[in-house]
Write a protein that binds this ligand. Sequence first.
Ligand code: NAP
Length: 529
Amino acid sequence: MIHGKNYIGFDLSAESSITFQTFSPVNLQELPGIFVQATLEEMEMAISKAVSAYEHYKTKSGKERAAFIRAIADEIELLGSSLIERACAESGLPEARILGEKARTINQLRLFASVLEDGSWVDASIEPAQPDRKPLARPDIRKMLQPVGPVVVFTASNFPLAFSTAGGDTASAMAAGNPVIVKVHPYHAGTNELVSGAINQAARKTGMPDGIFSSLNASDFSIGQGLVLHPEVKSVAFTGSFAGGKNLYNLAQKRQIPIPVFAEMGSVNPVLLLPEKIAENPATLASTIAGSINLGAGQFCTNPGVLIALKTPETDVFKEELAVQIRKLLPEPMLHTNISNNFERKTKAFFDDSRVDKLAESVKEPEGLRGRPVVALVPGEDFIANPGLAEEIFGPFSLLIECIDKSEMQKVIKSFGGQLTASVMGTSADFTAFRMQIESMQEIVGRLIFNGMPTGVEVCYSMQHGGPFPASTDGRFTSVGADAIKRFLRPVAFQNAPEDYLPDELKNANPLCIWRRIDGGLTKDQIKE
Ligand code: NAP
């Protein structure tokens, strides 16, 4: 039974008269549950609880925090089919996708728990004192990462679980030692409610303070903007549109004390199709690409929105194969009326441009909120003259850019802004012949994929999910994988600190047995007194 209230720490609250409902994009019906928008007073209360919770939570050991994060994963598992049914209903995504997302959410949480248990994530670094150094004695300097304070998470519409209430942003911010306040995405407020309950249940069971987690309902900008502007909020994580991310970033920079906004925004994820690969097996290549374009109705930040190839007879064959595959695709439900309307409006406007042709679209007329898969075609020269064509169209859309030669291909690549990913489909001879073009792609992305599609992001230590602006507001960081924790930490150096003041991570005896850099070398050794 959905109660529709806000979680202000462990308390439920519903003071406002403003309410909203979620909606099934499949049968176009409103779903049960009336959600009460948070008031500014409830927002203040959530922040005030987060500030108090931070004082307790930051003193918890890595093992204690790990137990909490593992308990969240366990509580989400216990939600069983109610979570799956609600997430499917609110997103229109098929059960298999939601089950996969749930597994990924749980694995992410457990990954951060194991990062905490290992302990070395604090990047401890020690240069012991050298009192006899000439001409100046060296002081004792020890540095490590520490949490920043309350973090606000804007959940993503396109991943109701894995980039949402207990997704990578929340898991990494909490693992780092920070309380989290979630600004609920109004498309999946019911899913949020179930997961928020699981987080607070895990907090109670593992002795975490009231206020370690809150979630605030809102279907307009008041609460989101109020959170970003609040002086006690220290950092923000966001996944969504360029306009939304950039607005929130600008807001945070105008504060008296600016704070970071880690926004993951739009990306067209160019795919370079090299000539030998195209000639090798055009049908298989076309079917792989078509499948990736329509995966989840194209509603992935890693959707292959641009394909780049040389204009050759082999490319003509590939184009025919791709057209066959695209025509066969079935329109899938999109997440919401707004997203579906945006997709329709933007594709229509795209084809109003006389330089653009339609290669193919699904032969099936879309019903309801389904997005019709479509591929456009433009000559390289026209693309270079009109960089607006590189703007993301969120949905099952891709643009094939045909270049007359390698030099034009190079110019096309250089005309892109920052991207989350780029892919290169080629043979080893292609990789040698087009090395310069591939290196140019590397300059603009966070992840370069060889002979694979950009959709599907592994959650692991080595993943980079974030690229130069405008893909992300800060391409030095990732929102997926173990390093996502680094967004919510800051380094502190201790100079000549007494041994008993130092955190365990920096004590001579290395009681946590973590990896530390001592005089520049990585070791688990103790420091002899
Ligand atoms: P969105 O419009 O950017 O909204 C995301 C969240 O941020 C929502 O909670 C929204 O609040 C809030 N928000 C947006 N602008 C704000 C502002 N100026 N001030 C305060 N809060 C603000 O994204 P969306 O709703 O997920 O989808 C809309 C479009 O975003 C899609 O059509 C697509 O183009 C793009 N998108 C891209 C990605 C990607 O990974 N590249 C992922 C998802 C969506 P409200 O909902 O209350 O308005």
